[in-house]
Design a protein around this ligand. Structure first.
Ligand code: ZN
Length: 270
C-alpha cells in the first residue's frame, strides 16, 4: 500500500524519484525525502510554520508526552493486522508516527506506515526522525489515498475530516483519535488568563462508526526551564490569542506545573 494519486486517486508507481499514476499525473520526490501530494500553488506552505514545528520538536524531545506516545503506539500496534496499513493523518513533526512504526516493528508485524501533514516544515522534520515511513505533504480534506485502502487511521491533535477518514478506511478498520481533555493544560491557562476555562467535552458519536473505547490519560508535568515553558506555550493555540503583556508574563516564569489530559477514542468503521 502506498499513497494514491491526489488528482484521480489512482494507484501510483515509483519511477526513479518520481511517482506516477496510470493517468499520467506525476509527483517528484523532494530532496528532503517526501512527496508533495498537495495540489495547487503554494503546496506545503500552509499549516504550522517552522517556529511552531521547532517549538513542538523541542518540547516533545523532553519526554513530557512520552506516556501518551507509549500508550498510543501500543494501542495502534494492537489494532493493526499483519501486513496492515496505518495512516497518520496530520502527523506534524512525526513524534507519534515514529513511535507507532517502532511498536509495530517490535511486534514483528510487517506493516506499512504512511503519514502526511499539510505543513512542509513539519514533514521535513518527520522524515529525519524515521526513514521507514512514507511521508507526504497533503491535506486531510482530500487525502491522497484510494477508497477502503487503510486498516488504521490515526489522528492526534490534528484537524479532523471525518468523511475522508471514512472513505479511506476499510470496513472493520480502526480510527484512533486523540484530543485534549477537559483539564488539559489548565495549570498553564491559569497562569495566562484571569478566568481560565476548561475544555468543553466533545460529542463522541461519529456517523458510520461504532465507538469501541473512550479512555482518558492524565498526569502532571513540571516545566523547569524557560525554554520548555516557551516551547509548550508556542505549541498551544494560546500563543496567538494572548495579549503581549500576558505573553511576556508567561515567558518570564521559571517554573510551571500543569495537568495534561488526553482523550483517546477508538472507533470501528461500520
Ligand atoms: Zn492521477
Amino acid at each position: 500500500m502506498d499513497f494514491a494519486c491526489p488528482k484521480c486517486k489512482g494507484k501510483i508507481i515509483l519511477d526513479g524519484n518520481t511517482k506516477k499514476c496510470y493517468n499520467g499525473h506525476s509527483y517528484d520526490r523532494a530532496k528532503a525525502g517526501y512527496y508533495n501530494l498537495l495540489l495547487g500553488v503554494g503546496g506545503g506552505t500552509h499549516g504550522d510554520n517552522a517556529e511552531m514545528v521547532e517549538a513542538r520538536r523541542t518540547f516533545l524531545s523532553r519526554g513530557h508526552y512520552e506516556p501518551l506516545a507509549d500508550r498510543l503506539s501500543e494501542l495502534v500496534a494492537s489494532l493493526t493486522p499483519k501486513n496492515g496499513c496505518v495512516l497518520d493523518a496530520g502527523c506534524g513533526e512525526g513524534y507519534y508516527t515514529d513511535k507507532i512504526e517502532r511498536a509495530l516493528k517490535e511486534r514483528s508485524s510487517v506493516s506499512n506506515v504512511l503519514a502526511f501533514d499539510i505543513s512542509r516544515d513539519a514533514v521535513k522534520n518527520a522524515v529525519k526522525r524515521n526513514r521507514n515511513i512514507s511521508y507526504a505533504v497533503a491535506t486531510a480534506y482530500d487525502m491522497p489515498l484510494s477508497d477502503s485502502s487503510v486498516d488504521v487511521v490515526f489522528n492526534a491533535f490534528s484537524p479532523l475530516a471525518i468523511d475522508e477518514v471514512r472513505r479511506v478506511l476499510r470496513t472493520g478498520g480502526s480510527f484512533v483519535m486523540v484530543y485534549p481533555g477537559r483539564e488539559h493544560l489548565f495549570g498553564l491557562k491559569s497562569v495566562i488568563y484571569k478566568t481560565p476555562y476548561k475544555n468543553e467535552p466533545q460529542d463522541t458519536s461519529l456517523s458510520g462508526f461504532n465507538l469501541v473505547s473512550h479512555d482518558i490519560l492524565s498526569y502532571e508535568i513540571k516545566l523547569c526551564t524557560k525554554e520548555d515553558i516557551h516551547s509548550l506555550f508556542m505549541m498551544t493555540p494560546y500563543a496567538y490569542r494572548t495579549s503581549r503583556d500576558d505573553r511576556e508574563r508567561v515567558l518570564s516564569l521559571s517554573e510551571v506545573s500543569t495537568e495534561v489530559e488526553f482523550v483517546i477514542d477508538v472507533y470501528e468503521k461500520i
